[in-house]
Design a protein around this ligand. Structure first.
Ligand code: BGC
Length: 513
């Protein structure tokens, strides 16, 4: 018996040193206290767009007045009706075994007309109910203050993020939230992906207020080379002022932490030429350092200052100080995919794209071969190893700052058969692959505190309406029934350790098993 026990112990020890991919990934590949969760945002799931005195926001107005800009012409009026079904959704989260839930607050539900109107008690009450329901199940709320939506009134009054007046509005709004919910919220983030939404709003013009200029697109107004940077400047200063207020007036007594969430594609050089290698580096600079360098080092990265020149606003010495003395407690990274980067400084290329202002052309194809398996989004490919590279990059550049992977997920087309939607083997493989490389970054010393799948339920996918599905749960939008996909079962097994999660076994497991 003693010999058998010793052999068993040796096998266990040998398995423990194998890379997780080789022995099947499990929760214990991550440090104790690691947050595992799922993420959503208010406009994408809540619905109830006119209930209980909520004000109209920019997305309500945009989807109603410019339905043609949404793939299926639909909107978030009802979405997942989460506002009325939050209890069921909390139960779903609980059954999955997550210990955290990332959601955003609808600004227009709290302050229907911004700071000059009153606080809406029904809005406060809704988030109180949600937060309390989560805590009762042992699920930590991970709260985003701004996930793309702002009260419509602020769009009209300031031109949204283009007007400096919106800074005070954001500080006021965040203060209302810290005061109302901060006794129970340990994780705050100011903004979700300001580096993505400002590009969609002001370079490509596909998000409200739909501004752009040639060659990026034809909109009624806009300046694609200047406006995104005016908006980002106001966002950075709004962020810093909100963080300062939290640090000064709330953090000590409430004991929470505050950060910001950045969208982070990874870029590989298209060829091994020096120019393309630099292009990949530059694309990252225009993606990540655009927001994180001012927060950590007080200014935009050198390449941005050189290339954008007078289109990039300058920080005053006081603003630099405000930014640097209010560094974030953590960095949130939303990582989905990798593209190749091609240099456009020394060779001509198409510049009317997401990366155009960086003088980079990004593509998922090299000599006709894709960088990874395709997903429902044209530009998103499955490249799991980049999770490790992205995390190590941020970890090295912004040393000692905790990183949370605040979004990672796989998209399906709505015109896929129901059977394939539910038996989402590709999503399982995607999540398993990305988590494997995340655990590898952790083993190499990266300071990672948590991971959130996007998303718990299929939801309103912005310009794509309901045509793209990211949920672990399928939603029948006629009945609002939530149906677990294979990936929900896989995530639950992974989190609760209730069965092995080896890739091959997952592939052969059916959703109804
Ligand atoms: C956003 C989400 C979005 C997801 C999938 C992220 O850019 O934060 O709101 O649904 O990606 O596209």
């Amino acid at each position: 018996m003693a010999v058998a026990a010793a052999c068993f112990a040796a096998v266990v020890a040998a398995l423990a040193v194998l890379a997780p991919a080789a022995r099947g990934l499990d929760r214990h590949d991550f440090p104790p206290g690691f947050l595992f969760g799922a993420a959503t945002s208010a406009y994408q799931i809540e619905g109830a767009y006119l209930d209980d005195n909520k004000g109209l926001n920019n997305w309500d107005v945009f989807t109603h007045t410019q339905a043609g800009r949404i793939s299926d012409g639909r909107n978030g009026d009802v979405a997942d009706d989460h506002y009325h079904r939050y209890k069921e959704d909390v139960e779903i989260l609980h059954n999955l075994g997550v210990n955290s839930y990332r959601f955003s607050i609808s600004w227009a539900r709290i302050l229907p007309r911004g700071r000059l109107g009153g606080v809406n008690p029904a809005g406060i009450a809704f988030y109180n109910r949600l937060i309390d329901a989560l805590l009762q199940k042992g699920i930590q709320p991970f709260v985003t203050l701004n996930h793309f939506d702002i009260p419509h009134e602020l769009e009209t009054r300031y031109g949204g993020w283009l007007g400096a007046g919106i800074r005070e509005e954001f500080v006021y709004y965040s203060d209302v939230c810290f005061k109302a919910f901060g006794d129970r919220v340990r994780f705050w983030t100011t903004f979700n992906e300001p580096n993505l939404f400002t590009r969609y709003q002001f370079i490509l013009g596909v998000y409200p207020p739909n501004h752009c200029s040639p060659p990026f697109g034809s909109c009624n107004s806009g300046d694609s080379r200047r406006e995104p940077y005016v908006a980002s400047h106001n966002i950075l200063l709004s962020h810093a002022a909100a963080v300062q207020n939290y640090r000064t007036n709330y953090q000590e007594k409430q004991g929470g932490s505050i950060g910001i969430v950045i969208a982070m594609k990874w870029y590989e050089p298209l060829t091994n030429s020096t120019e393309d290698v630099r292009a990949a580096r530059r694309a990252l600079s225009f993606e990540v350092e655009w927001f994180l360098d001012p927060i950590f080092f007080g200014d935009y990265p050198r390449e941005m200052r050189e290339i954008l020149s007078s289109n990039l606003p300058k920080f005053t010495p006081e603003e630099k100080k405000l930014l640097q003395t209010n560094k974030v407690d953590f960095i949130g990274i939303n990582h989905y995919t990798t593209n190749y980067a091609k240099d456009c400084i020394y060779s001509p290329c198409k510049l009317d794209t997401y990366e155009g202002n960086a003088l980079v052309y990004a593509t998922g194809r090299r000599n006709g071969t894709q960088i990874g398996k395709p997903t429902a989004f044209d530009t998103y490919f499955v490249v799991p190893e980049a999770m490790e590279q992205a995390v190590m990059y941020v970890n090295d550049r912004y040393k000692d700052t905790t990183i949370y992977i605040t979004e990672n997920g796989y998209s399906q087309h709505s015109d896929t058969s129901m059977e394939e939607l539910i038996n989402d083997v590709e999503r399982v493989n995607y999540l398993q692959g990305y988590l494997t490389y995340l655990s590898s970054a952790v083993r190499k010393g990266a300071n990672v505190g948590g991971y959130f799948v996007w998303s718990i339920v299929d939801n309103f996918e912005w310009s794509f309406g309901y045509t793209i599905k990211f949920g672990l749960y399928h939603v029948d939008f006629d009945t609002q029934e939530r149906i677990p996909k294979m990936s929900a079962k896989w995530y639950r097994d992974f989190l609760t350790g209730s069965s092995p999660t080896d890739g091959l076994q997952v592939e052969s497991r059916r959703a109804d098993s």
